[in-house]
Each structure stands twice: as structure tokens, then as C-alpha cells.
Ligand binder design. Structure first.
Ligand code: FCB
Length: 444
């Protein structure tokens, strides 16, 4: 196994990160806490064949019962910020029934972090919904925006006093693609022709929560920022000489990367898919509702127009490129590409890197992945792109949705039989970077 070590003569890159740059790690509640029994995902996981390795999330990484010790492990990574999510299904397991103990749990979590000087970055909805919301139609339910805003306000008004940054919805693009087009996540729909409906539901839910949280914060004299975490990929034509491939890559870029981002700027959702869907919905309350842009970056897809593939598009990985355990291309420069694209589209808006990481069960290439991505991030910062932080996905191994427990994204390894946590070598390197704000040279 190849592992990367910090060389003893560690030549540190002359350029270091800005003084107030924040180092962060990220998780989501369902993937680590365990026993999220009132959620749509809990039900979905019990179905035979739903999860690739056959395991439902169960106790996950048992984080619910390990708050104190996990916060110590977080602090050992030298982070100044921690991104985590609050689980709506635990807070409001039935309509209007508020679980005060669950709320108290998250209050304690915020307190533990704050005591250690770690700033919480909170996500209000990360893929899962309470089952009662999903049963009513999830994001397509007309009552969804009200229900989501009410939950967000309830949380904010009780435990949000010391929290500045809020992410309403994680990766709307992935929820739409996996849940409504490919049909591999709840609610298991395959309906490209009406994908605008759940998209609209997300935009309305976000906008209502955005305004309510700001009103509440204003009335308390608290300064907050609200945004979304967007999944942004690099889409490039499989052959750049082929106009059809170029057209297809552009289409996916518009649709997958920008339709949601743009809707939250302009208040207009535009979806144009030739022969399939051509809509323009006006949601004026959604205009200018991103105080920051959350960027989750993982990989690049090469796109080929292919009439025999579903949706007429084929996603390919360049043959010569390295891949992670899930087959995703490792393309560090892509982080720079998406950051430039964001800043060109929405100049000077604060950018938070809300996720970046890789599945590497042997910890063979994660350190190199980290340093290579950070080099490109540094370049973006040197270009003047206003990136404030870097959240590595993930703090510790966790439940990777329909892929199950096999993919290992953690800086800490989790032994799921004992729930023991072990810092990986890449975790050591991350903690050193977070301490010094400088990049090491890695020697094989
Ligand atoms: C992102 C998700 C996150 C995790 C990583 C690997 O799309 O937001 O929950 O699954 O991928």
C-alpha cells in the first residue's frame, strides 16, 4: 500500500492561506448519527436491493451517542468550523409534534463545539425528509415550503442564537437527479418531464426559510447568512471536436450546475431540455436569496451524446485519469474550474467550500487528493476569488446513501463492529494543514 507521509524536511509552500481562512470538516446527520427511524430514507433502506451492500443505515457511526468524544476528535483535527446537519425527522417526527429532547441534543452539540472554538455551519435538510412530509409528496407537496420554513424557524429561534451560517438544502441537483430522474433515491421517480415541480418546491421552501430566518435574526439583532450547498461538477465534451458532445456537455452544465443557482439569483427557474421540457417559472420571493454560495465539488464527467443511452447522454471517465474507489475521476483542477465559473456568474459573492473529499478505503491517495485540490484552491484565492473556507468530506467514515457502508470518505476510520475511530494518515496531514494553513510537500 502506498501511503503519503509528511517529509521530515517538509518543504512548505511559500504561499499560505489567508489569515481568516477557515478549515472545516463536514458530515450529515443521517449518515453518522444512527436510528433515523422517522425518515423517508429509513423506510427506503429496508427494501431489498435498495442499498448496494445490502445494509440499512441502522446505528450508522453511532454519533448520536458519542457527541462528547467525537467533538474531541474534531478538535484534534484543528478545525475552526464544523459543517453538520440537523435532522428534521428527529426534531418533528410527526406534523407539529416537536421533540424537545432531540432539540436539546443539537443545542448541546452547538455548545460543545463553541466551547472548543469551533464554529457550527448548519444544514437544515441533507437528503432526508420526515416520512410524514415524504408521504404528502415531499418537495412536490404544496405545503412543503410552509412546513420547512416552520421547522427552520423553530430550530433557529431555540438554538440558533450563536450560529451565523445556515444552509437550507443540500445539493438540490443531486436530489433531483437521483430521486426524480434516475429513481435511485427516494422518492424513486423517473420523470424527467416533470422535474421542474420538485425543483420549484425546493426553491420555494428555501426562499420562505431564507426570509423567515432573516426576519427573526433582525428582530434579535443577530447577523446571519443563509445559502444552499450546490453540487457542482465539471462537464466537458467527450470529444471537444464533436459539436454534438459539446452541445450535450453544455446542456448538462446549464441544467445540472446552474439552473438552481440562477433561480436563487433571478427568481426565475428555467429548464430547457430539447424535446422534453421547456419551462420558465417565476418565483419572485426567491430573488437574491443566497448570502453565500456553498460549493460541493467531487469530480468531472465527460459527456457524449448517445442516442442509445437513457436521456441520450453518456457520462464517461477519461481512460488515463485516476479514479477513487467509487470510480469517480480525480480531477483536482476541476475545483479551480468550478470556483472560477461561480465567480464569473456571481461575482464577489462569498464562497464556502461545503464539501470535497474522496472514497479511499486504503487511505492510499486521499492525502495527495487533499493537497492537489488545495493547491488549486490556493490558486483561486490568489486570483481574487472570495473563498472563505474548506470543508473536507468527511470527518469520519459514514453511511454513503445507496452505496451503503463500503465507501470510506473519513479522515477517521470507523470500525463498524466496535465503533472505534482511528485517525488515518490523511487525517494527520489534514490536521497539520489546518494548524499551519500551509501545504506540505508529500513524499511517497
Ligand atoms: C455528496 C453528499 C454527501 C456525501 C458525498 C460523498 O453528494 O452531499 O452526503 O454522500 O456526496
Amino acid at each position: 500500500m502506498t501511503s503519503f507521509m509528511l517529509s521530515s524536511t517538509a518543504s512548505i509552500h511559500a504561499a499560505s492561506f489567508p489569515k481568516h481562512f477557515k478549515w472545516c470538516v463536514a458530515t450529515s446527520a443521517h449518515q453518522i448519527e444512527g436510528h433515523n427511524i422517522h425518515s423517508d430514507w429509513w423506510e427506503f433502506e429496508q427494501r431489498p436491493g435498495a442499498i448496494r451492500d445490502g445494509h440499512p443505515s441502522g446505528a450508522a457511526a453511532d454519533h448520536w451517542n458519542r457527541l462528547e468524544q467525537d467533538t474531541e476528535l474534531l478538535a484534534a483535527l484543528n478545525v475552526q468550523q464544523y459543517r453538520f446537519s440537523i435532522e428534521w425527522a428527529k426534531i418533528e417526527p410527526r406534523p407539529g409534534e416537536w421533540n424537545v429532547e432531540a432539540l436539546e441534543h443539537y443545542r448541546r452539540e452547538i455548545e460543545l463545539l463553541t466551547e472548543r472554538g469551533i464554529e457550527p455551519l448548519i444544514t437544515l435538510q441533507h437528503f432526508t425528509l420526515p416520512k410524514w412530509v415524504a408521504d404528502r409528496g415531499g418537495f412536490e407537496w404544496s405545503g412543503m415550503p410552509q412546513a420547512f420554513a416552520r421547522y427552520s424557524e423553530w430550530v433557529f429561534s431555540r438554538i440558533g442564537g450563536g450560529v451565523r451560517d445556515w444552509i437550507t438544502i443540500n445539493e438540490p441537483q443531486v436530489v433531483l437527479a437521483a430521486g426524480y430522474i434516475e429513481g435511485v433515491h427516494p422518492p424513486l421517480k423517473k420523470d424527467l418531464k416533470s422535474v421542474d415541480l420538485p425543483a420549484l418546491g425546493m426553491i420555494r421552501a428555501h426562499a420562505l426559510a431564507y426570509h423567515r430566518l432573516h426576519e427573526l435574526a433582525r428582530s434579535r439583532g443577530q447577523e446571519i447568512r443563509v445559502g444552499m450547498a450546490h453540487h457542482l461538477r465539471v462537464y466537458e465534451p467527450a470529444s471537444k471536436w464533436n459539436p454534438l458532445d459539446r452541445f450535450a456537455a453544455r446542456l448538462l452544465d446549464d441544467l445540472g450546475n446552474w439552473s438552481m443557482v440562477d433561480a436563487l439569483e433571478s427568481g426565475v427557474l428555467r429548464i430547457r431540455i430539447p424535446f422534453t421540457l421547456n419551462v420558465e417559472h417565476h418565483v419572485p420571493e426567491a430573488r437574491n436569496t443566497q448570502d453565500f454560495l456553498g460549493v460541493n465539488y467531487y469530480s468531472r464527467d465527460l459527456i457524449r451524446l448517445d442516442l442509445s443511452s437513457p436521456g441520450f447522454l453518456k457520462r464517461l471517465v477519461r481512460k488515463s485519469s485516476p479514479r477513487n474507489d467509487l470510480g469517480w475521476e480525480i480531477h483536482p483542477e476541476g475545483l479551480y474550474k468550478v470556483l472560477r465559473a461561480v465567480n464569473r456568474r456571481i461575482p464577489n459573492r462569498p464562497i464556502l467550500i461545503t464539501e470535497n473529499g474522496t472514497a479511499d478505503h486504503r487511505d492510499a491517495f486521499r492525502s495527495q487528493f487533499l493537497v492537489d485540490h488545495l493547491k488549486w484552491l490556493l490558486r483561486a484565492i490568489e486570483d481574487g476569488i472570495p473563498v472563505e473556507n474548506y470543508c473536507h468530506w468527511s470527518f469520519l467514515d459514514n453511511y454513503e446513501w445507496s452505496e451503503g457502508f463500503e465507501p470510506r470518505f473519513g479522515l477517521y476510520e470507523v470500525n463498524y463492529s466496535t465503533q472505534e475511530r482511528t485517525l488515518r494518515n490523511s487525517g494527520r496531514i489534514f490536521s497539520e494543514i489546518a494548524r499551519s494553513s500551509m501545504l506540505p510537500d508529500l513524499k511517497r
